[in-house]
Write a protein that binds this ligand. Structure first.
Ligand SMILES: [Zn+2]
Length: 82
């Protein structure tokens, strides 16, 4: 069995006694105002300004994953620049 808990992408829970990560998808970051830690149920308000870097990092990852996906059906160039 593989435990992906520690390597799963997410925001570390701000509660000191809780070492869970709050899983946040790109969609959550973009569209949700509040995310909840499933462990201690603390609510995090998304601050778009403060998490700008996180959002752009996740957007890049998202794009990279999509590129990787399309690269599979692509012979030759793995990366295309528009
Ligand atoms: Zn928590």
């Amino acid at each position: 069995m593989i435990n992906t808990q520690n390597t799963a992408p997410g925001i570390p829970c701000p509660t000191e006694s809780c070492d869970h990560k709050i899983k946040v998808s790109l969609e959550d970051l973009l569209f949700q105002k509040v995310v909840k830690c499933p462990h201690c149920l603390v609510e995090l308000t998304m601050n778009r300004e403060a998490s700008k870097e996180t959002i752009s990092a996740m957007a890049e990852l998202h794009n990279a994953l999509e590129n990787a996906e399309s690269a599979k059906t692509f012979t030759g160039n793995s990366v295309r620049y528009p």
